[in-house]
Design a protein around this ligand. Structure first.
Ligand SMILES: [Zn+2]
Length: 366
């Protein structure tokens, strides 16, 4: 089972409990200084063009799901000062609340360069200080480089070959996991062309190796995975196959946003995959629209039935499962994965029609 697209962030913070602040900023790397309460208080006392820019967007996104925003309610009162912060005064709020269909309590940096020094936050040794980090490093900057030699070698290889940055967060990356990432991308190099929205791999302590393996975070263009607390340094064949499927599934979430779009998904899903009853008369204009989060209609006599129980949860999960099955079939065909390792992952139930649709959309090679 995978973390859903919705609200996944909260689950990634094992220490985030209900009694914690209703919103909390996300630390991109260990060296980041977070805004103090005094800075937030001062920001909230002023008008902010950045806030004026973002508030309508947030209200509109939530209105799609029938939720209105009360800026004086407990949650939004906590969020508001962060949205008003705009350190480099470029009109872009420093922070945003992560929203898919509902707001997550974890705030992420919206401005990719908070201090405006020309170095992206993640690569910036001091993202809040324009005097530090003004030279863009060519390779990975020291604050991101893994300590363990084997992990470091894999981290550099994945960065150099695919432009993906593996960043330690609440866990340290596991060489077993990074080796599997490398094997997936070596077997299916077209993935990085398909998942344009994917740039980061975070290691989180909240994931495990079985039930809650990974999540895709669209606004951060990131996947989060378990690290050394969850995985051994060497994965056996079954664990490797399981992780390959999970990675492909989460990348499928990214591909849906990058390559597919609401009209294409609605068209195929309603006419050829039995999902018509989730849609109202009016077509959805956003992948975050409510129809895409409704479960598979029970009464629907579908040919074919969704690939797996998980694929019935909603169309985001259905697409991610279809993409994963298509990708793993390619991996098997290229001799990179033994078919016997991935039974009951929906591959047998992937119909030709859906497979061809995914292959065409995602532009799989050969
Ligand atoms: Zn999923």
């Amino acid at each position: 089972m995978k973390v859903s697209l919705l609200g996944g962030m909260a689950a990634l913070f094992p220490n985030a409990k209900a009694q914690d602040a209703p919103c909390r900023p996300f630390r991109l790397h260990a060296g980041v200084r977070l805004p103090t309460s005094e800075e937030r208080r001062q920001a909230d006392a002023k008008t902010s063009p950045a806030f004026d820019n973002i508030r309508g967007e947030i209200e509109a996104t939530l209105a799609l799901h029938g939720t209105s925003v009360d800026w004086n309610g407990e949650f939004w009162k906590c969020v508001r000062p962060y949205l008003k912060l705009d350190r480099d005064g470029d009109g872009l709020s420093d922070w945003t609340v992560s929203i898919d269909a509902a707001p997550s309590p974890v705030l992420i940096p919206l401005d990719p360069d908070l201090d405006g020094d020309g170095v992206e936050n993640l690569f910036d040794v001091a993202p809040n200080d324009a005097r530090l980090g003004s030279i863009t490093p060519k390779g990975l900057p020291p604050h991101l480089v893994a300590r363990d030699a084997e992990t470091r070698a894999l981290q550099l290889r994945i960065y150099e070959r695919y432009g993906l940055v593996a960043v330690d967060n609440s866990d340290a990356h596991s060489p077993g996991v990074l080796r599997t990432v490398d094997e997936l991308l070596e077997g299916l190099p077209e993935i990085m062309r398909q998942a344009r929205g994917l740039r980061l791999l975070f290691a989180f302590a909240g994931h495990d190796a079985r039930h809650d393996q990974a999540a895709y975070h669209r606004q951060m263009r990131a996947l989060s995975l378990g690290g050394r607390k969850s995985y051994p340094d060497r994965l056996d064949a079954a664990a490797r196959a399981e992780l390959l499927h999970t990675l492909a599934h989460e990348i499928g979430h990214a591909v849906l946003f990058d390559l597919v779009g609401p009209a294409e998904l609605q068209n195929f899903a309603s006419h050829q995959a039995g999902w018509r009853d989730v849609f109202a008369e009016r077509p959805e204009t956003s992948l975050l629209g409510p129809a895409f989060f409704r479960p598979f209609p029970r009464r629907s006599v579908s040919t074919p039935a969704p690939l797996s129980p998980y694929a019935k949860r909603n169309l985001h999960e259905w697409f991610a499962e279809a993409y994963a099955a298509t990708a793993l079939k390619r991996l098997i065909a290229r001799g990179r994965l033994d078919a016997s390792q991935v039974r009951q992952r929906g591959i047998e139930r992937l119909d030709e029609n859906t497979e061809n649709w995914v292959k065409r959309l995602a532009d799989f090679d050969g």
